[in-house]
Ligand binder design. Structure first.
Ligand code: URA
Length: 234
């Protein structure tokens, strides 16, 4: 593969930007300085570009701070989809969201075209913890902590799996759940007499919302995040 294509697939930069950058600072391909964008590199070769060790992946992994008003579906409809927030530099095909957030929910959303990775993150049996920051319309009863710890009836066949509620104020809390049922957080809060007024996902398994991203912004997975993807694959 050409060096500029390799770097583009790892960083999301355009080939033009890469060509310009390589003129200023060469990349290190297997320890050798390389400035020519057309240089052929093997995807298993260690490439260091602008001080970063790149990790080539055949798939694309995007970490987004979802904005309210966008839906997590690939079908075009009345509401704009989260994919409309992606810029032209994201050329990957067949992207989908890893699980879904409601239209009015903000925060951590992972977008990829790696079906295995997505399956590992959202499959009911995998118990990947997800933490949400929520605000509600009424004082959250302290009894909710124990109710959520032991499982609460939200109208499904089974009560919810044990969840952790951390009260932050009378009307705000962090809630960590390991399932991903439809409107789960909103229905759990309704079960203790509160209506959710705002909801933001903070974490999903080892992945956390990147505070440097404004709502609607995104970036490709960094080194550490790619490490978690590849660790599980090994
Ligand atoms: N639970 C909800 O109720 N909504 C979301 O968007 C995510 C979790």
């Amino acid at each position: 593969m050409r060096l500029d294509k390799y770097i583009a697939s790892c960083t999301g930069m355009t080939r033009k930007e890469i060509k310009k950058a390589l003129k200023k600072v060469p990349a290190f391909v297997a320890g050798e300085k390389v400035s020519a964008p057309e240089t052929q590199v093997d995807v298993k070769t260690k490439v260091v570009f602008m001080g970063e060790h790149l990790h080539y992946s055949e798939f694309t992994y995007i970490l987004m701070n979802k904005a309210a008003g966008y839906v997590c579906t690939n079908r075009e409809g009345r509401n704009p989809t989260v994919f409309t927030l992606l810029g032209d530099e994201i050329k990957a095909k067949d992207l989908f969201t890893v699980g879904r957030l409601d239209k009015d929910t903000t925060g951590l959303l992972i977008i990829t075209n790696d079906g295995d990775f997505s399956h590992r993150m959202v499959h009911a049996k995998k118990h990947v913890d997800k933490t949400y920051f929520l605000t509600v319309d009424k004082i959250i009863p302290e009894s909710a902590i124990e109710k959520f710890r032991s499982g609460v009836d939200i109208g499904d066949d089974e009560p919810t799996k044990p969840a952790t509620l951390e009260l932050l104020s009378d009307t705000s809390a962090n809630l960590t759940i390991s399932e991903g049922r439809f409107h789960q957080v909103k229905r759990m809060m309704e079960a203790v007499g509160c209506t959710v007024t705002s909801l933001k996902r903070l974490t999903m398994g080892p992945f956390s919302l990147d505070k440097s991203l404004a709502e609607g912004e995104y970036r490709l997975f960094n080194d550490e995040e790619m490490g978690w993807v590849n660790e599980k694959k090994a």
